[in-house]
Design a protein around this ligand. Structure first.
Ligand code: AMP
Length: 562
């Protein structure tokens, strides 16, 4: 009976199996190796997972959820339509979909899985991941740290010993881990990162620079317009070093824009982000008391490490080229699959975490100075910080004669507090004064047992209040597990054989929403024609029409807009 390895990722998940010929990645029902970790509900109450759900993320945001991995191990409930799910249950839904795909691909039942988790996941989060696997019908005896999986994919465990640096930059986060391999044990020696740095920030910086050049305020753009611009920039980012780099042509705020991005411009715009990426690398080296010269191998994973500027920077920092010949999106799944293969032979690698780290960012809500609006998240203790840790931040009043300061306590990785988990609140009276003249020192202390202590002290009077938050919600009881199991068993999923046609329609609808004018009409007509073919229920005709529609959508999706 097969054991598979799974990368249960924040944005995408994938899986693979060890075979005598090496690792084989497993395609999903649509033929893709990556399944977006997105779950959605459609109008008929059926659930879908992956690409179809992702296409509807913007247009049906109330019925589609993503990035729930960031809430793993919390009791936070996430709403889809009028139902609520925990991050564990949503992960179980993604895993169940991968399980079905693997069983179809392999033609046999898949009973067991090795699932990857970030190195900084604590016990609670690891337990939740295991539970998600079990709810999906897997036996999960082993989890694997993501950096360990990446190292194994590169065969580093076949060396006698070594020290490896694993850099994982995805769409929104950057994780840095230092691994030491000795006598068959892979140890996570240091772990650092930046929660607010990923490929999307590079696109944001490009967009901001262009808007600046044309004196356009980002806030003045309609969401669909901004989305179009982001998509064009995303394409430009991926092609920045190729000859096929088309101009950005778009009408924004009444201005006709014709902008030719090039490598020199890109490098200038993203240099501050590259400098930011250097910091956690230096921090991890420092924490492990190592120099760049003492690292035997540098491994790149995550889609954003494909950027040439990033690779060059790492090359300069370490005086040699990093290992990056495997697909950076699949390396973790490949490593998990190798570990699954080793486990089947009772030779699984031991993989331990040494550092105790805070698994989430802990912070408070503040008013953003540039737009004067509240609800922004100010990180105080960054995720991945080694515990015990105590950090103090000073907050000042925003209104004249403000009588009180309230400090909301949140955990999470979003820039907006309402997308993070609310843990509590501390309020304190302050002497009246002009805005900015009074304030408090907010100290967050986080210890080994997951206890968060918040002290708020008025600067001028020394008056203080304190709140302690027990930060590790209890594990599920047997009864709660059974309830989850029944809830998931009762869910209705879309029939597998119709998924590829539904994916085409969802993609067409997404394109329709982000287009205008003639192009929009053209897409509407294409979709209406396809609907008619589906109604006739003639399989060969459907197959032919689907292939034709896909070709046209590919062209429209890649076409430079307007
Ligand atoms: P992941 O979360 O690992 O799937 O990474 C997604 C991020 O990788 C996104 O921000 C993408 O823009 C970025 N990415 C994917 N392919 C490329 C590429 N060829 N060049 C630059 N960035 C890329």
């Amino acid at each position: 009976m097969a054991i598979i390895g799974i990368d249960l990722g924040t944005t995408n998940s994938s899986c693979g199996i060890w075979t005598p010929e090496g690792v084989k990645l497993i395609p999903n029902r649509l033929g893709d190796y990556l399944t977006p970790s997105v779950v959605g509900l459609d109008d008929s109450g059926n659930l879908s997972v992956g690409r179809i759900a992702k296409e509807r993320l913007i247009s049906h945001s109330d019925k589609t959820v993503a990035v729930f991995k960031r809430l793993m191990g919390t009791e936070h409930k996430i709403k889809i339509g009028n139902r609520f799910f925990s991050a564990t249950e949503l992960s179980a839904i993604v895993l169940r979909s991968l399980k079905e795909d693997a069983e179809t691909f392999l033609g046999e039942p898949v009973v067991e899985a090795v699932i990857s988790v970030p190195a900084y996941f604590n016990d609670n989060q690891r337990h939740a991941t295991k539970m998600a696997g079990e709810l999906a019908g897997f036996k999960v005896e082993r989890l694997i740290n993501e950096p360990t999986a990446a190292a194994i994919a590169y065969g580093l465990h076949e060396k006698q010993e070594g020290t490896f640096l694993i850099l994982d930059m995805g769409g929104g986060t950057f994780d840095v881990s230092i691994l030491e391999f000795f006598e068959g044990v892979m140890e996570v020696h240091a772990s650092a990162g930046d929660n607010f740095l990923g490929g999307e920030d590079f696109v944001d910086a490009m967009v901001d620079d262009l808007l600046n050049q044309y004196s356009i305020n980002r806030q003045s753009l309609a969401p669909a317009q901004l989305n179009q611009l982001l998509m064009q920039m995303e394409t430009a980012k991926r092609r920045i070093s190729s000859k096929a780099l088309n101009p950005i042509q778009i009408t924004l705020a009444g201005q006709q824009i014709d902008f030719q991005p090039d490598e020199a411009w890109f490098t200038k715009v993203v240099t501050p982000l590259l400098l930011r990426a250097k910091r956690p690398i230096e921090r991890a080296l420092n924490d492990a008391t190592m120099s760049p010269q003492s690292i035997d191998d540098v491994v790149l994973v995550g889609g954003a490490t494909r950027m040439g500027v990033f690779r060059s920077m790492i090359g300069r920092m370490f005086g040699r080229l990093p290992s990056c010949h495997l697909d950076p999106d699949c390396a973790i799944a490949m490593g998990a699959a190798i570990q699954a293969g080793l486990k089947a032979k009772d030779q699984a690698l031991n993989d331990i975490v040494l550092t105790d780290v805070c698994p989430y960012t802990l912070g408070t809500d503040v008013v953003n100075e540039s737009n004067n609006q509240g609800g922004y998240f100010l990180p105080i203790i960054e995720r991945n910080s080694v515990v015990p840790i105590s950090v103090t931040r000073r907050l000042v009043t925003v209104h004249d004669n403000q009588a009180q300061i309230s400090v909301g306590i949140y955990q999470g990785e979003n820039r907006l507090v309402n997308k993070n988990v609310f843990l509590g609140k501390v309020s304190i009276d302050i002497p009246k004064a002009p805005a900015g003249k009074e304030g408090v020192d907010v100290r967050y202390s986080y210890d080994m047992n997951g206890l968060l202590e918040v002290d708020v002290t008025v600067i001028s009077t020394g008056k203080a209040v304190n709140k302690v938050i027990e930060h590790s919600p209890g594990a599920l009881t047997a009864e709660e597990i059974e309830k989850s199991r029944q809830k998931l068993a009762a869910l209705k999923f879309h029939p597998r054989d119709q998924e590829s046609n539904r994916a085409l329609i969802a993609r067409g609808e997404r394109l329709y929403e982000s287009s205008l004018g003639e192009k929009r009409q053209q897409i509407a007509q294409l979709l209406a024609d396809f609907d008619q073919v589906l109604e006739r229920q003639n399989p060969p005709e459907i197959q032919k029409a689907a292939a034709q529609l896909e070709t046209i959508l590919n062209r429209l999706d890649n076409e430079e807009w307007f």
